[in-house]
Every structure is written in C-alpha cells, then in structure tokens.
Design a protein around this ligand. Sequence first.
Ligand SMILES: *Cc1c(COP(=O)(O)O)cnc(C)c1O
Length: 401
Amino acid sequence: MEHSSFDTAAVHAGRSGLNQLGVHALPIDLSSTAPLHDIAGGGHSYELLAAGGSLVEGESTVYRRLWNPTVARFEEAITELETWALRARSSAVADDVQTVAFASGMAAISALLLSRVSQGLGHVVAVRPIYGGTDHLLAVGLLGTRVDFVPADHIANAIRDDTGLVVVESPANPSLDLVDIRRIVSDSGRVPVMVDNTFATPVLQQPLDLGAAFSIHSATKYLGGHGDAMGGTVTTTSEHATKLRQIRAITGGLLDPLSAYLLHRGLPTLPLRVRRQEETARALAFWLKERLEVKRTYYPGFPECDDQNLVASQMYGAGAMVSIELAGGFVAAEAFIGGLELITHAVSLGGVDTLIQHPAALTHRLVAAEAKPSDGLLRLSVGLESFEDLVHDLERGFART
Ligand SMILES: *Cc1c(COP(=O)(O)O)cnc(C)c1O
C-alpha cells in the first residue's frame, strides 16, 4: 500500500491484509515446518525457496529456514522505509528493491560478503572507521575476503578486477565521521557500494536514494529500539536479494520470527524516537563541548565535524549519537563512567535509554592498533530521558574526573 508520509508508513508498513485475517496486531508464525499438499508440489516449493526465490501464492513455505511470513512482513516494512525518498520521486529503482533479514547485523554483513566471495569477487575496499566487528571480519579475512582500507578519496585507485564491494559507514562508529555517499558511488564505478545505515536509520538517511547498492542495518539498534531483540537487514535490488536469500536458506543465519515481531513493533515509533533523541543529543553535544574536561566533542551537527556539509546534502538530521574525547584519557574515562547512575555503561545503542561505552576497550577492541579509537573516547547513545536528567547524570560523571 502507498502511504503519503514517512511517519504513516512507519506505522502501517508491512501490515497489509491484517483486517482480512481478522487480527489487529502483527501475526507471529512460529512454525518450523509447514504442511505440504503433495510431494511434487512440495519439491517445487523447496526448489524455488532454496534458490532464493520469493514465496509465490499457492506455494508452501516448506521450512522456516527457507521462508517465514512474520519475517517477510518485517522485510516488507524495511523496504518501504528505505525506499521512501525514491518512491517520493517516483523513481523506478524503488520497484525492484527488496530486504533480506538476518539473525543479527553481523549475520547480514557476513551473508553479503559471502555472496561476493562466491561470485569470485572477494576483494573489498573499505573506508575506516567502521563498526569494530565489521573491521575485524574484513581485516582477518575470515570469510575469504581480501581488504584494502583506504581514505574515502582513494577509492577509485583501490578498485581491482576482483573487487566485489565497497564498504562505508556514515555516520561512522565511533567517531561519527561522515562520507559523501554519492561521490563514493561515483568513484566506485561498476562496484556496488554497501552503506551501514545503522546510526542514521531510514528516518535520517536512505542510502539507495544516494546510489548505494546495499543499505544494511543492525536492526538490534534503532529499528527495534528497545534493547530486547537482535536482527540485521540488507536492502538491495531483487537480483542481489535473491542471492542473499539463497545464502540465508543454505547457511541458516535467518531472523527468528519472535525477534522479527519485536523489531517490527519498534517501527511505528521509530521517527518519533529518532527525532526526539536527536533533539536531546544536539543539546547535550553543545553542553558537552563547553566542558573543560572534554577535549573534543564529536557530533555530525557541528560544522567542524561536517566540513562538506553532508548532513544537509544527504541526511535529514544529524542523529542521536555523540562521542567525547576526555582530556584526562583512559583514567578520566574510567572515573567518569564510575560516577554515572542514570546512564547505563553498556555496548549497543539506539534504544530508548541512554548508554555509554568505551570503544577502544569494547566495540572496537579487535580493531588494528593504527585504526583504534583513542583511549579517552567515550561514545554516548542518547535515549528518551529528559535533557535535564541526562545533564545531571553527566555532571555526576565529571565530578569524579
Ligand atoms: C552493532 C552494529 C553492527 C553489528 O550488528 P549486530 O546486530 O550486533 O550483529 C554493525 N554495524 C554497526 C554500525 C553497529 O552499530
């Protein structure tokens, strides 16, 4: 169904046909297997789905690893949100876009890398910083990829005949660096570009509208938004999606339907959450910047963090992640975290409550020394608490440093 605004789509996407089913909430199908009409028909359905095809009316879902209707609804919803701007411009590109959901963000990235390796295109060009897990996966070549990490303006030179993917993240984990996605797509030529869109969410950025071939999410973060479900998504063309479903069906990194339900349930409030969290994050970033204990505040909404004006040219807002470099280094960071009472010291991000973590010790622990974040850096995921309460808690942290 077409929805006339992004906010309406967030509420209704992936919910078509519920009235006919006589239900109001999203139905959860927990079947691990499905009845087959006859042997030949079952075999036909099996072949269709194991090759990565989409379920067709009248075919059996056969087995949960091949297809699950609850997961399919969530995928449909993400496709609608990630193609919002394309459809608003009546771009035909949107008609051929699909989403494939996985058990986690890393399962989604792994399936994408495997799909390139299996086609003999195992060379990856990546721009740092990226999430520590992705960085590590690429750096050690665990899945048979070979990587060149290059600055964003060196991509064209790094591309070889066997390059199968360009990997970027914007805003990037943990320093919130932005890259010019349109320029990277243009520099990459025939090589498809993957954008990790986890920090921005489709509310603030839609990479396919900027020319990227793959928009991926750790749905564990903002999409679910409540810190209680894990998942990952890849949104791309039907051709790439078919290959990804084939890999998912055979290697088994599928999203659990209970998690799909929870992640889908997070979507109606996604625009509200992201915009409110952004508002608070912006105010906190300004407040943090004035503190003498803070050497540098990283926030994409500051001109000094966005010299190419990319928030204005490719995003609809600067987001709700803020990082700070403490003048007192690791010792100050440890003391600061020890003083917090409201804000939870934990990895992950994008939920309704504020979290803080030390990237060098945790999310980016496995990153090579030359690309590791500094020891004084703390990353803050701003939640839905009031600005005043968060300031009060941060003051408790500073009082310890
Ligand atoms: C958390 C995260 C991932 C990994 O996702 P999981 O769901 O934890 O597997 C990938 N990219 C970014 C930017 C992340 O923050």
